[in-house]
Design a protein around this ligand. Structure first.
Ligand code: SF4
Length: 83
């Protein structure tokens, strides 16, 4: 990799991190997840991919009663809406 490309890649990664921090700050106002120890908290893109890989939905798809069960399954989502 050429030196100037390395610098521009480093700059792009730094900008991306700044953008993620900025978006994470905004996401705090819409995140209802009560699982405190999660490293994906307020990083909606990572949260969505993580749960999608497991065939699940993120916390924000559930109301507070269903969210606090930590059951993020699609079955639980359907049960919530079937009531
Ligand atoms: S919904 Fe899941 S991935 Fe997203 S913040 Fe909560 S525990 Fe973490």
């Amino acid at each position: 990799m050429r030196k100037d490309n390395a610098f521009s890649l480093r700059g792009a990664l730094k900008d991306r991190r700044k953008t993620m921090e900025c978006i994470s700050e905004r996401n705090k106002s819409v995140c209802n997840c009560t699982y405190a120890g999660c490293p994906r908290k307020y990083k909606c893109c990572e949260c969505l991919h993580y749960h999608r890989r497991s065939g699940e939905l993120p916390a924000c798809f559930f109301n507070s009663e269903y969210e606090r069960t930590y059951d993020r399954s699609i079955g639980n989502f359907i049960r919530m809406h079937a009531r």
